[in-house]
Structures are given as structure tokens and as C-alpha cells.
Design a protein around this ligand. Sequence first.
Ligand code: XIL
Length: 752
Amino acid sequence: MKRTLIAGLCALILGAVPAGAQWGPRPIPEPTDGLKDAYKDYFKIGVAVNNRNVADPDQIKVVLREFNSITAENAMKPQPTEPKKGEFNWEDADKIANFCREHGIKMRGHTLMWHSQIGTWMYQDEKGNLLPKEEFYANMKHHIQAIVNRYKDVVYCWDVVNEAVADSPVYPGRPELRNSPMYQIAGEEFIWKAFEYAHEADPNALLFYNDYNDAEPAKSKRIYNLVKRMKDAGVPVDGIGMQAHYNVYGPTMKEVDDAIALYSTVVKHIHLTELDIRINEDMGGGLRFRQGAAQVSDWERTLQQDQYVNLFKVLRKHKDVIDCVTFWNVSDKDSWLGVNNYPLLFDENYKPKQAYNAVKGFDPKMDNVVIKEDFKPSELNQPGQEYPMVNSQGYARFKVNAPKATSVIVSLGLGGSGGTVLRKAEDGSWMGTTAGPMDEGFHYYHLTIDGGVFNDPGTHNYYGSTRWESGIEIPAHDADFYAMKNVPHGKVQQVLFWSKSTNQNRVAWVYTPPQYDKNKKKYPVLYLQHGWGENEYAWWNQGHANLIMDNLIAEGKIEPFIIVMTYGMTNEGFRPGQMPRPARQEGAPAGGPGARPGAASGGAPQARPARPAGGMGMMMNNGFEAVLCDELVPYIDANFRTIAKKESRAMAGLSMGGMETHTITLARPEMFGWYGLLSGGTYNPEEVKGTGVKGIFVGCGSKEGPDQIRKAAADLQAAGFNAKGYVSEGTAHEFLTWRRCLYEMAPMLFKK
Ligand code: XIL
């Protein structure tokens, strides 16, 4: 019971924490289908395997579920297959080929001619002198044709020549090709010959030229030039393999897009042959092969996911010419780079990363969306600040000046994205637009610059996540109900009250309706609590509670009442870094059974709930009940014209404030007559029986698992209670949900 309670509380509270907070990787449920299925209308998804990958049952399961093209990581290379002239060793290659034959999977052959992993006998004599061209060609032909013939039935394409183009920079007048022994013997011609020999052995195989730094503009031009020369001369080259050993900082997606566009002018087939995206900047020849357990920060995961997601978007765009995308290894554990580079979509335990879901769960409709260029500064910006901006579709665009930074991430983005990664713009600033429209309403956010957390200097700050954070407002279609209009306005005033139990002055903000100063009437009072990470500013600052009240009163929709907002001491228990990490589920119910603190008390209405374990327990048993009931309520009744009785006193709260409301209303049934839980759990009829409650409101956003709310309201109504359930359409655990909840709840309160 306790465990569900804590998980429920955590799910709720976590909902209030902006994306990008430091929680570590989330467990992803075991997939039921694979990347190959998600991309069946686009291209094959391949993988490079070692012998263990095709022998271990657990690894086989992943390979067969995810991939429909297989490359032997090393087993078909020149040196392993023919270590000595004429002495072939097919053992490892056969194992992998037989696995593929058995499972009906076609292979990419890798690789026939390469300066690396090749027996030196191929091109030099025992003294180390380069062989005459004819002898080298004879060696090459014999090797290529032996292997191509042996695997003809199962290999559908070959990387015929690997890495023969020179790395940048290449100075004018220097060869565009790598100065390998083969090049020294025969010049460019050896490349052409390799293709001819392969084609002779298997005229049906697609033949590729394969290289790395494949999206670097200068090198991609050299790769293009080589293939173009071969094409023009009638050499049987069919495709270009882009190795795609990328990293989280580069290449840019424009570079990848441009390279594919360039290659597609000379070949009909482009494969990504060795895809991985490492979390450091080393490229190509300068690789650092780091070992040891992966130590990855959340922001690096976000960068990696962003790079993967955007890469696959570019690849989908070029599906006409891209027909296979192969990952270089199954999991980080197998990666040639070592686990610490964290380069693949499966982690060192063969578990999918969040990035896997993001790559797999693309929305084809979003690929062709045109973003409207009608961006305007967000209404929460500081004076004169242009950015962040919001457009009429709800996209947000950010611009940050950080000239020496290497990465800038905005903690706002689409579900599970971890944020929006900004990229360096031409003027040296960092810019980026959310991957899709944001939910309407208010969002907290922050920037992560090279791993450090900062506010966006463009916006005003709002207290959330236990600190003042940046905020942005996506204009809501129903924003009228909290708009500042030319109607009589109430006041929000600060009061300082002495709290004996905490031995200090404490702050509350009190909303008095417009009529309050003009008459002598007494008013009912709603005590309205913020959520975890927030404070007493939240409800009137982010929530516009005062404007919602002014508008409702002006329209004659409610009887005026006072609202009191104080700090609920919800942040005393822990800080984000200390937060127990729950098993997080997407769309965890806001009002789930675990979200009922009263449940811990066995539902006894008058009893104080048992204290849950750990940080949560501290939050719920933080002394707030005494501050509120024994200090603040008496202060308010003494200093404002209130109707100081239960029937005219309500308590409501959002999220963690809902938990507090639940606990305190049940512990002090003599004090409050009206209860409201806003994304903050539910009441059941058992626990409110005998409390004398006048009315109960439960609400949440449609993206928070609203069925629990609907059910709770129906159960309470069926048991004869005056209850209202409300679900805010299209919103999650955020302030538009709670603004709407207040608007829906206010008219029911204090009705006789
Ligand atoms: C790598 C393998 O993954 C390693 O196991 C091996 O030690 C070295 O080669 N470009 C290529 C691949 O074309 O063949 C390389 O594979 C990675 C770089």
C-alpha cells in the first residue's frame, strides 16, 4: 500500500517538474515490435553483429525483433577471411551467414578492400616491398571473388572499397584519395578494379563505396567526385555507404541533408552503413575508444536523442534514395567505441533508451508540417525582449546568446523529448524551435548550457521546481476567462502573520473581491494551495486566480469570496537531487488510487493519515496543518471580514497542495466545508462519510489519466455527496489545467 502511495505521489509531483530535470534514464518497457517495423515504409534497419549477438538467446531476440538487414562487424573483412594468401578462414563469417540464412535475413557484405584489417600479403612481399600491380590485382581478384561467391545467396550488397578517400584538409594539388599501399601501387585504378571483380562474381549484388566523415562538406565532395569518375567510366558502382559515425554535436542535419542530396545525383542507392552517435566530439580518425561504465548526464541524453530524431527525420525525407540504415553494433555493450561513448539506441544491458522510443515513435504527419512564420514575443517576456517567441500554431522559438557554449538545451519540448536542443545560428546565437506545438497555457522552463542550469534572460521568472524559473505562455483559445479586462478588480495583498509553531513571521497573499472595500459584508474564504516546488505566488502570479475571480464576479456567475494563498511548506522535504526516483509511467493517473493519502490511514475519516516513508512523508507531515488551521485561519478571521465557520470555509490545492488538502480536510473536518483537489488525487465516499462536507470538486487535465477523476466524482455522487468532476481538455499537469479548475470550481463553492 505504502509503495503505491509513494509511487502515486511521485508520479503526480513529477508531472509538475519541467522536462530536463535530473532524474536519470527512465526505464522503457520491453518493445513488442522493432525499429524495422516502424520503418517498413521507409528503409531497412540493419545492424552489425559479432558472434555473441547471434549465439546468445537474449541478444538474438533483440536482433530478430529490431532488424531486417545484418552486417558482419568484422567476420567478412579481408584479414579475418584470408589471413594468409590462399588460406581462407570462413568459420566466423559462416556462423553469421548461417544465422541469416536460417532466419531469412539478407546481409550487407562488409568489406572487400580496405587499408585496415587486411593481410599485408595482399599488397607487399615478405621484405615489405610493395608488390607489382599485376600481382596485387591477382591477389585482390582472388580474394574478392572467393568471398563474394561463397556468400552470394545471402549477401545482397557489398561495401566493395572502404575508406579510400583522403581526410580533410586536402591541400590544392594533393591527391583526393588516401595514400594507402594499394593507392601507391595502382592509384585510383585499384578501386575501379575492385568493383569490376566483385561485379564479375555476382552481377546481382549492389556494390557500394563506403566512407566516414561522409557529411563533412569537403570530404563528401571528394567522395562524390570519386564515384562520379567511376560512373562516368562505366565502373559498376551502385551506391554510396555513409558510415555515419556521428556524435551529439555534429554533423549538422543540414550537412547530412546536403550530402545525401549530393550523393543522390550520382547513385540511386544510399545506405547508412555504420550508424552510431557518440556523446563526445571525437570524429573519424581521432576516435577515443573509452572503456568503463557509461557516465552520462541527462542533458547529454537529450542531445543524443535530438541528434537521432533529427537524423531519422532527414533520412525519412530521402527515403527514395536511402534504402538501408545500419547501426554499428546492437548495444552499447558491443560498441566498438566502448560503453562510455553511449552511442547506440540500446544500452549496455540491451535495454532500449528513451531515444529508441523517440526514433521509433515518429509521427509521419509531423514530417511535412509547415511551421507558420508568424512568431510573436511571448507575453511573459521581460520588457523589450524579442525571444522566446510563440506562433499561432503553438510552436515556441528560443534564442540565446552564449558565444562560447557547446550545447544549449531548453527544458521544454514534446513529451519525452527532454527538451528542445538549440543550434548555433549564423549570427553566433543559439536558436531552436519546439519539435511541435506546445500545449496551451503556462509552462515553466530553464536552459541547460554545457550542463549548467540557467534561466532565460528573455523572460520573467516564476517560482517552480523550488526556484525562480523562466516562464512562457502559449496563448489558450479560452484565455478570455483569465484575461485582464476593464471590470472592477479585487486586491491581492500581502499579509504577514506570526506563526508560533514555526517561530517566525509567515507570508500569505489575500485576494479580496472588488466589493470588499465598498461594503461591510462578511465573506466566505477559500484557502488555495500551490503544488510541490512552487510557493505562495503561484496561484495569483501564474494562475491568475484574482483575474478569474474578478471576471466571474463581473459576469455575476459567483457570489464573491476571499482567497488566501500561503506557502504550503511542500518543498521542505527534499530537493530534486534527493528525490526518490519512482517507476515513471507516461500518463500516470493524476487521481490514481496511489494518489490518495487517506488510503494510508485505512480510510478512517477522522484519523490523521499514517506517515508515508521517506521524503514524501516529510512533505505530508511538515507541520503545515498547524500553520494553516491554528495560525493562519484565526489570523484571517481576526483581520478580515470573514464568515468564520465551516460552511463558509473551503480548502483546495493543486498537485501536492491537493495532497495537503486531502489530508488536512479529513483531519480537521470541523474547519472546512468545501474541498477541492486539482490534479491532486481524489476522495472516496468512505473517507468523507461523516465529515459533513458540503461539496467536493475533483479535476485534472485530459493528459493526466482523467478516468480516475471521472470515476471518483461519479462514486461520490452515487453515494449522495455534492460532487463535481472536471477534466480540462488538451492539458497536462500544468497551470492552464488549474486555472480552468478554479473557474469550474468557484461557482459551486459556498452554495447553500
Ligand atoms: C571496426 C570494428 O567495429 C571493430 O571491432 C574493429 O576492431 C575495427 O573495425 N569503419 C568501418 C568498420 O568500416 O569496419 C570499423 O569496424 C569501424 C570504422
